[in-house]
Ligand binder design. Structure first.
Ligand SMILES: NC(=O)c1ccc[n+]([C@@H]2O[C@H](COP(=O)([O-])OP(=O)(O)OC[C@H]3O[C@@H](n4cnc5c(N)ncnc54)[C@H](OP(=O)(O)O)[C@@H]3O)[C@@H](O)[C@H]2O)c1
Length: 243
């Protein structure tokens, strides 16, 4: 049995990921932005999931939550699923929060980061990024390119950790919209497999429906990876530790 944190598990792909992992008999930590939104996972908590409440747009809350989780039962895997499409919280929620959970949780040996096919339209430059989210300084595509680079950087930094990015496809959720064409179940299966399966011990991949794809060339650029990790460390005061 594996203990997995799924961020953004109140809706959409995150909720489906958490429910499937519970169905498979794993220990799951579900996550909601507020105690009000936690009502959306009350059924999963009734089924045995642990609950953590944290607004991912609030850096202090993210640091406190990650620190507290790190002091509790060991988490084996994290599915960095929570995401927003627009607004000032795009960078804090889609990039900074996954970085902080990665840097501050000492036990996970698997990290799965939700990317998007839209990362291919993103720009990797770091100039002028408002990491704290006071303004909307980057697009959704930019943020998904950065988090895909982060997944690759973590794979390089920690050779013993499996770190991968997943494009779930365009699926019908609050974010994807009702008319999204891709298969919803295939949209969360790869994350579950990468987080838990004994035969999924791979790292540094960019996945779509359990198939590796070639991401934007900036993802594999070691200099850009290091620049991103250094910028996140400077912005947050939290470095990716050596292991
Ligand atoms: N749907 C698609 O077609 C698609 C395609 C490519 C990639 N993705 C990626 O897949 C992931 C899941 O997307 P989805 O379609 O399932 O989206 P969704 O239905 O909008 O769900 C997003 C989840 O993130 C949570 N969240 C957002 N901001 C938060 C914050 N500040 N603090 C805490 N939680 C927060 C939401 O909480 P609330 O319920 O409280 O809002 C919700 O649980 C995202 O990273 C997205 O970028 C989705």
């Amino acid at each position: 049995m594996t203990r997995i944190l799924v961020t953004g598990s109140t809706d959409g792909l995150g909720r489906a990921t958490a429910a499937s992992l519970l169905d498979a008999g794993h220990d799951v930590v579900v996550h909601a932005r507020s105690s009000t939104r936690a009502r959306a996972v009350a059924d999963l908590v009734d089924r045995g999931a642990a609950l953590v409440v944290c607004d991912l747009a609030d850096r202090d809350e993210v640091v406190a939550t990650a620190t507290s989780l790190d002091g509790g039962p060991a988490i084996d895997a994290v599915v960095h699923n929570a995401g927003v499409l627009s607004g000032p919280s795009v960078v804090p929620v889609n990039v900074v929060a996954p970085y902080l959970f990665t840097a501050l949780l000492g036990t996970p040996t698997r990290h799965v980061y939700l990317s998007s096919g839209m990362h291919r339209g993103g720009h990797p430059d770091l100039d002028g990024i408002e990491w704290a989210g006071r303004t909307a300084s980057r697009s959704y595509s930019d943020s998904k390119l950065l988090v895909t680079q982060l997944a690759a950087a973590v794979a390089e930094h920690w050779p013993d950790v499996c770190s991968n990015a997943v494009d779930p496809g365009w699926v019908a959720t609050k974010m994807g919209g009702a008319g999204a064409p891709d298969d919803f179940d295939l949209g969360h299966e790869t994350q579950e497999w990468l987080a838990t399966a004994p035969d999924a011990g791979t790292s540094g991949g960019y996945w779509f429906h359990r198939q590796q794809q070639e991401p934007h060339p900036a993802v594999r650029d070691r200099r850009l990876q290091r620049g991103l990790v250094d910028a996140l460390a400077a912005a947050t005061g939290v470095r990716l530790p050596e292991r």
